[in-house]
Design a binder for this molecule. Structure first.
Ligand code: HPA
Length: 284
């Protein structure tokens, strides 16, 4: 059996020894939603340390655990602390948690992150719904022997971010009077922030925001047939767009300032996913 698949099955077994909780939505909590789990009706918390073979995140401010519970009566598995490529993990480990959440039953993947704003309309503190992505600057998580049990060798990526989930998020933003930008997210490897010349290049290529996560997770999820949506919190203007040097503390602070709007938008959007049937569109 494929080694990565075997590892994944061991993780599933390890989780299933502790809980029979079946999520509908997998929610990845980025900076700004670090305390989101406190608003959930929690059923079970599972530390990554307690899952055999699970990669552990080392970023300050990122907790390392799954929180399983309910958001507006929808069963949700939330990842508090993701695994980043820049920590030195192989891509198959970076996306292992995403694959695991799908194998536990999650059909929808809700990605969140903090990102640097490239689009000239953006300000620090804005929320940007991700409409598409550029992952060309990081290796694909699908490189290597294809895991046939998960998906096809050459998966289609023409609609990574589900149009109907984008409609759900847009209508929630309108109903709650939350200003929502839209744009293309570009992933770099990190951990260094970009140079101003790199930001000019990314802008030319069509990126509106830049970050160090998310796009690879979306690819792995799409490979498995999940329906995906994502929101970036624009925590700072990208290098050269702002004249100030960038630092992790600033990213954290502005993400914290956006937290209550961000939480409201995520909660209301998940609430509206309750009745959604997966499988109706895009060959899912
Ligand atoms: N660049 C890359 N990643 C980021 C940034 C940025 O400016 N802000 C938050 N994450």
């Amino acid at each position: 059996m494929n080694h990565d698949y075997e590892k994944l099955l061991n993780c599933v077994k390890s989780v299933r020894n502790r809980t029979s909780f079946v999520p509908k939505v997998a929610l990845v909590l980025g900076s700004g939603l670090g305390n989101y789990a406190e608003s959930m009706e929690v059923e079970m918390i599972l530390d990554y340390h307690d899952i055999d073979g699970f990669p552990i995140s080392t970023v300050p401010g990122h907790k390392g655990r799954f929180v399983m519970g309910y958001v507006e009566k929808v069963p949700v598995i939330a990842m508090q602390g993701r695994v980043h490529y820049y920590e030195g993990y192989a891509m198959e480990n970076v996306v292992l948690p995403i694959r695991l959440m799908k194998m536990l039953g999650a059909e929808i993947l809700f990605l969140t992150n903090a990102a640097g704003g490239i689009c000239s309309d953006f300000q620090a503190g804005d929320l940007m719904m991700i409409t598409d992505q550029i992952s060309s600057f990081v290796p694909s998580p699908l490189i290597g022997e294809n895991i046939e049990e998960l998906g096809t060798r050459f998966p289609d990526m023409s609609e990574i971010y589900s149009k109907r989930l984008q409609e759900v998020i847009s209508s929630c933003a309108a109903d709650f009077d939350i200003s929502l930008k839209k744009g293309v997210y570009l992933q770099t490897t990190g951990p260094n922030f970009e140079s101003p010349a790199e930001i000019v290049m990314y802008k030319t290529l069509g990126a509106d925001a830049v970050g160090m996560s998310t796009a690879c997770e979306a690819i792995a999820a799409k490979h498995m047939g999940m329906e995906i949506c994502g929101i970036s919190c624009i925590s700072n203007l990208a290098a050269g767009i702002s004249d100030r040097p960038l630092c992790h503390e600033e990213v954290q602070e502005s993400a914290d300032r956006a937290a209550s709007r961000f939480e409201k938008l995520v909660t209301s959007a998940i609430g509206r996913m309750k009745e959604m049937k997966i499988g109706g569109q895009n060959g899912l």
